[in-house]
Structures are given as C-alpha cells and as structure tokens.
Design a protein around this ligand. Sequence first.
Ligand code: SF4
Ligand code: SF4
Length: 651
Amino acid sequence: MSRGSRLEGYRECNVCSVTNKMEAKQCFQCTGRLDLKDLLLLEGEKRWRRQRAPVLSALVPGLGHWYSGRRYIGTYFFAMAPLSIGLILATYQKWSWGLSVLTLSFILVWLLAIIDSRRGPYYFRPPCQVACPGKIPCSHYVHLAAAGKDLESLELVESICPFPGTIGRICHHPCEQECNRGKDGEEVAICALKRFVDDMTDRPYNFYRRELDKGTRPLGSKVAVVGAGPSGLTAALYLKLFGFDVTVFEGRDFGGGTPAVYAPEYRLPKNVYKREVDRILELDLDLRFGMRLGEDFTLEDVEKEGFEGIYLALGAMRSVNLPHTGTKEEGFLDGRDFLEEVVAGDGVELSGEVLVIGGGNVAIDVARSAVRSGADKVSIICLEKRPQPQEKQFVYDRNEWRRVKADKMGEFMPAHPWDIDEALAEGVEILDSGATISFDREGGRVTRAHCLKVERIDRDPQGRLIPVLTEDAGFTVRADWVITAVGSIPDFNFLGGAPKTTSVVEGLPLVTLEETAGVSIPVLAGGDLAAGPASVIEAIAAGKEAALHFYRKLAGSPEVSIRYRPRKTMEPWANYADSPDRRRRRREITIGRQERVSTFKEVSGGFAEKLAREEADRCMRCDWPLMRESKVKKFFRSVTKSDSAKISSRV
Ligand code: SF4
Ligand code: SF4
C-alpha cells in the first residue's frame, strides 16, 4: 500500500482497517475523526489507567495489563502467578538452592509485570510527539500537509492546541530537537508547517463552535477560570466542550494574556493571535473582564457563587527589579512595560545608545524592539555566557543548534539560541558575562553604566543565580536608555504568599494549591503562575490537563474503550527513501535586514507552497511500523527514479 492510499482512507493511521464511516466505531485509536471531546477524554483515560495499572499488577500480576487493555500479556503474567506461589511454598517446605533461584526468578517476573504495566495502554509515538509538551501528533499533521490536506492537518492540530497560527510562529519547538530526520541531516520544520496549514486554510466556520454544536451534554457544574491567556482560554475551551458552565475572569478589558500584551508584531502579528482568541471567546462563555483577583473579587467569592472548581492562570506578572536603577524620566525602563507600550502601538521613541539588562527571551525581544524604535545602538548585558558553538544549552552541530544536558544549563543565556542569532543579525551587541554595578547620571539622566566581568555563577539553595564578580576587570558602557529585563515571577499576593503545591502532571506547569485559605473547592494553578515563565505550548498543555482534571474530579471517569496496539521497533530510515536533497531543510521566506530594523513587520513570511510540501515530505513517519526495503529493491529504485520525481509522485 502506498503512502498516498493510506492517507486516502477514512483514517490516516497505518494500522487502520476502517474504510468507511460505518466502521469508524471499531477504532478507538483514531486521531482523525473522533469527536474532539471523546478524543480528549480518551487521552486522559489512557494516562489515568497508566497510573493505576502498576498498583493493580502489584496485587495480582497481569491485572494492570488487563485493566490497560493489554490482555494477552496480562494473561501471561497471570499464568505465572500460581506457579511462582507454588514454588515459594515448595521452597518453604523443603529448602534447596535450585528452588530458591527459581523462586527469585519468578519474583523478578512479578516485578517485571509491575514495571511493564506502567506503560499502560501503550502505543508508539514518534520522538517529535513525545518531546512536544502538548503531545501534538506531529507526524500525522505533517503528512497530511505533504498530501495537500491542509484543512485536515489544521483540524488535527486544533484538536489538541487551539492556537495553531500562534504556536506555528512562536513555539520554541522542542519537537524539532528530537526529530529523527536531524540525526543525519536537518530537522523537519515541524513548527513552521503548522503556520503553513493555518495560512492555507480559510474556513467560514468556527471549528470549536462546530464541535459544540454536535451536542454536548451539560454537566451542571460551574468552573471558574481566572486569567484569559493561552492557558486559561485553553482550559475554558475544553471545559466548555466537556459540558461545564465556564466563567472567565480577566483583569484586563480584553482576552489574550501575555502574548497579546507583550509579543511584538515582528514575531506574532496581532491579528493572528486575536483571531484565535476571539473564536474561543465566542463560545458562550460567561466573560467577566476588568475583574482582578484580590482587588475586585476573592477565591471565597467564587466559591460562594456556586463554582465547583477554580483554575488560576494569571501568568507571572511581577517584574524583578534591579538595584541602582531609576525612573523613566531618568532614562530607565522596565522591559515588560516597554514591550507593552510597543505592542500597544505607542512605543517609546528611543534615540542614542540603549543598554538592555538580561539574558532571557524577554531581553532579546526588548533589544530587537529597541532596534526598531529608533535606537542608534543596542547592547545586551547579561550574567551568563553567550552561547558559543560546542558550549551552550544547544550545541552547534551540522548547521543547527542542538540541546545539551540540563545540568549544564544556567551557565548560558536562557534565551533561545535562534533568537540570539536573530538579534545579532539585526545588529544587537551582546556583552556576556557582565554585570552592571552602578550608573552615572548627568542632568538627571543616565549616561553610562559601570560594569564588572562575571567570573562564575553560583546558585543559592533556592536556585537563584549568585554571580561571582571579578573586581579588577571593570568596564563602562555608554547608555542613553537602560531597559531591565531580568525576569518575572508569579504574584501570589491574593493568597498572602506562595502556597504549598503538588504537581498534577509530571513535566507540565500545573499544580494543585493546598491550604488555600477559605475555599474548600479544588484550586489548580497553571502556566506561568505555577512554574514561573514557561513557554506558550506548556501553558496551553497545562490548560488542557486542567480541564481533564476537573472532568475527572467533578464528572467521574469517562466511558471510553482502549485497544492496545503493540509497540514496534522503530528504524525510521528504513521507512523512507533517503537522499542529500531530503536531508536539506527548506527555508521560509524572510524579509530583508533593512526592512527588519526599520519596521515591526513580521520577519518570517512562512513557507512558499511548493517548499512547504517538499519540507513536509521529508518527514520519515517514525510512528509507522518498520517497513524494511530489500537492498536490491532500494538500489533499483534509486537508479530508476530521480529524487524530484519521487517527491511529486508522492504528493
Ligand atoms: S522525521 Fe517526522 S515523524 Fe520522525 S521525528 Fe521527525 S517529524 Fe517526527
Ligand atoms: S507545539 Fe511546539 S513543540 Fe509541539 S509540535 Fe508544535 S512546534 Fe513542536
């Protein structure tokens, strides 16, 4: 069966035997056509079963496997149990070395049953999907894009992540660092292809409204979402789809949260994000804008109003201040305030030399925005080292940045390496391993910064950075403006201080708040509020998990079936024809340097259609079972067809 015919089927999954709509109910692995609500609940149910299965297998070997739907292997472990108990009894009655060894080996089998059952209803996911915090099925939507099925591809992404156009522009794409294609070439442009299918699709309907109109059974429970950023809106959307009455409280007069307020136009055009926010806000949610938690209402008020759960997605809104700085009149600005003004369209007119303090993504955005706001020269000074090839959180290898181990992080600037490269390309200077210690002022305005070199960075027990400065290596930097962007932290003042928390889903910024004074209903915190500034896709994933958590708490376990699909050994290269051309990543259109530094126009213009299809076709579909080609067949195919002919015949 050719790849093309697979994609023509009712499902585009490799093992699918479904050929028409009538047969669709046979399959519970379907990612393409299940109702969105069922698809989400199925995902949640798989994870919950994965958590319970080892406990059951500890009681009775194999029970956890049965519970997860893996009946054959469960039966095997169960059959082992009487044998092992018999041997233990036999050893107890008449000890011998041989029986002891056998008994130990069967105990080992029992342990294996517990360990193996932790896989739950396992099915293979390609490394890109595993690396994605939102677990977006990258290989599926990339291949739908390769086949020209942009609408299907987009709706597949939307079923997991309601902001495809946004994420397709600003995601830090950990999926690409794990892409198998990158092992012998360049990674597939997974992130940009999301944007491509979004750009190519013009729909007259709201995807989520259509899902809601399929008929959702109201659950009769009210859940409050506090904060209308990506995490809060995602939670509100999925709670609504599950049948909850959802009220969204937001301190500002508009929805969107951090990306709407701080993401500059050259990175994320306002209209793209607004379109995606608006289609959630249109879904009959009870919207209460201009309501600040702690000022206009409290958690107790929410409970008194009859809500049964609260999801807090307030972001990390408190900027960290630096000593020795001053006021705006003196030439000192806060990075987040500066970005807010830039994004709102009334940015500060800068001139002369601008010094940005900080090494994170916000500092990079501030510097790049300062370049566009009229500054003659922009420098960034940061404690950390500027990443160099071979020694950064991403190593430079085969023309791409690749991630190094987490224990090395902290030495280097936390900004994404590709963003640092973009800033450098726009003329920003980076003064790494430096710290400002004081500022000179003339006529009430800042004129220069006195700095010291950083010898090394230590950490205190709370994980805060403690720079060790080299006293005899000082230098000064001229500065007409100083903009601080050294981070932001969650503000728990509405609770009187940071509460005790318990993680809900490992690896995601989602926690339950314990001992929340005055309320007895479940309270979750997610996104930046839970773990400090995180990525947008992590915030979105936390919102989705929060919705699943409330469903489980308030509506019980969903009725979904799970079918086990055995794991296959993956050798993706065997799945796919290879060639130097296929190892090369296609590039997006970008605007020229002069246009970049003088306007806020979006830097990336996305993919041209032909290049996008070729790029998508480079994906090796690592979730497909191994399909070995004989070397002879491979050889004859390579000499009889040109590479480009292969591409066009596949699309
Ligand atoms: S080649 Fe395709 S399926 Fe494999 S890791 Fe990369 S994007 Fe994922
Ligand atoms: S959301 Fe980000 S990490 Fe996930 S697949 Fe898309 S680009 Fe990759």
